[in-house]
Design a protein around this ligand. Structure first.
Ligand code: 5AD
Length: 407
């Protein structure tokens, strides 16, 4: 099973290759495949060439796609015709600008230790009811092996803010993965120094997933009190100042380093108004996010926000649609939190209101229940194969293809 369609390089200009997919031309950076040449068959993810494949392999994969490639596109186009309401308009914008491709990333949650005390989060350091786990480097590598064997080409490595993983360790993990597999690596390890992020970039990571959570400084201060423990890798001259500003600065910094940025916010935080959400959307865009990641806040019983309420599906879908209309070229993720509250029907509604990315949890099954940021997370009990079938089936039912063609 494969989550991307191979293309053929038809031109190279500087660090940019032009890749042909059944007659459609897209651009991708060549820096992860240094010997890329015209005529090569390649996979691309997130606008980067990921790996070359042989003519035989390309032919075989293309044969399976040939039949449905255009059929899916047709179906998607049909479903996007004659938009009448906000969601349909957003869907038409998505279809018109990005076609039917949908990113499907795998996520490995390698540690649930966290030095932070975020009021909304179940794995906050003060929650003594969480069974904590850490995966050592060899275990992380075998989880990556498994994900790759299922066909994933883009993986998110996520953890709480866990000082156990020093900058050295994180760099080694990224380098080892890149030495074994040509995958696009996103790191989601919270607030570390710019220097730490630079080291991971140089080791081969190309994406950072880090939400700013809310653009309202008052709400931010309330829900993210300063951690009693310092960041393991804060560089000289960093930190201090306004905590929201610090976080935004870090996101800008990693963007400037060349990372693809996945960022966003929580919907339904106490005290949050609709205007705040609109500002959150604008802030996400202002940070140059390739992918928007925002979802409902789900109260966790062992946190100070236990008695708060979840937002309505309508509020979340309206946010997806508004984000899409304001940002035709961004990828917009259907978050696990949305799937947790409203299941596959909810995911489908979001995909029909402008969203076009999904994640599949590929953490080893024995650890998955313990990454308990909110209760009953979707995907903790399903086997990876089953989850992939469900997602691919859902996408096909609405004319989408799990590919990463759009640059
Ligand atoms: N509900 C929804 N999302 C949550 N996160 C943490 N706790 C919750 C919760 N209770 C999200 C945060 C964080 C991401 C990894 O998980 O936005 O950035």
């Amino acid at each position: 099973m494969c989550y991307a369609i191979p293309g053929r390089i038809i031109g190279i200009n500087g660090r940019t290759a032009t890749v042909d997919y059944f007659g459609e031309k897209r651009r991708a950076y060549t820096d992860l495949v240094e010997d890329a040449a015209v005529g090569d068959n390649v996979y691309a993810q997130g606008g980067f060439l990921i790996r070359k494949i042989s003519q035989e392999e390309a032919d075989e994969v293309l044969r399976t796609w040939e039949d449905i490639f255009f059929k899916l596109k047709e179906q998607d186009k049909k479903l996007a015709q004659d938009p009448k309401n906000l969601y349909e308009r957003a869907n038409a914008v998505r279809q018109g600008r990005q076609d039917n491709s949908c990113c499907v990333h795998g996520i490995i949650e390698f540690s649930n230790y966290c030095r932070c005390e975020c009021l909304y989060c179940g794995i906050r350091s003060g929650n003594n009811n969480v069974r904590r786990y850490r995966m050592e480097t060899p275990e992380i590598l075998s989880a990556v092996d498994e994900a790759v064997s299922h066909g994933f080409q883009a993986l998110v490595l996520q953890s709480g803010e866990d000082p156990y993983y020093t900058d050295d360790k994180l760099e080694v993990i990224v380098r080892e993965i890149r030495a074994r597999h040509p995958v696009l690596i996103f790191v989601s390890v919270g607030e570390r120094s710019a220097a730490a992020y630079k080291r991971m970039y140089d080791a081969g990571a190309r994406g950072v997933q880090l939400r700013f959570e809310t653009s309202n400084p008052e709400i931010y201060k309330k829900i993210k009190p300063p951690s009693p423990r310092p960041s393991p890798s804060r560089g000289e001259g960093e930190g201090g100042g306004d905590p929201l500003e610090n976080r935004l600065r870090l996101i800008r910094n990693v963007k400037d380093m060349g990372y693809l940025v996945v960022t966003g916010f929580l919907i339904g935080l106490p005290g949050q108004k609709n205007d705040d959400i609109m500002r959150d959307i604008k802030t996400t865009a202002g940070l140059g996010a390739e992918m928007f990641s925002f979802g409902p806040f789900i109260p966790h019983p062992q946190t100070p926000l236990a008695d708060e309420r979840t937002p309505s599906l309508k509020k979340v879908l309206n946010s997806v649609a508004n984000a899409r209309i304001m940002n035709p070229d961004a990828k917009i993720l259907v978050t696990t939190a949305l799937e947790t509250l409203w299941g596959l029907d909810g995911a489908k509604s979001a995909l029909m209101a402008g969203a076009n990315s999904l994640m599949i949890n590929v953490t080893p099954e024995k650890y998955r229940p313990f990454y308990d940021i909110y209760p009953d997370r979707f995907g903790t009990k399903i086997r990876i194969e089953e989850h992939i079938d469900i997602v691919v089936g859902l996408l096909r039912s609405i004319g989408r293809a799990a590919t990463d063609l759009s640059v």
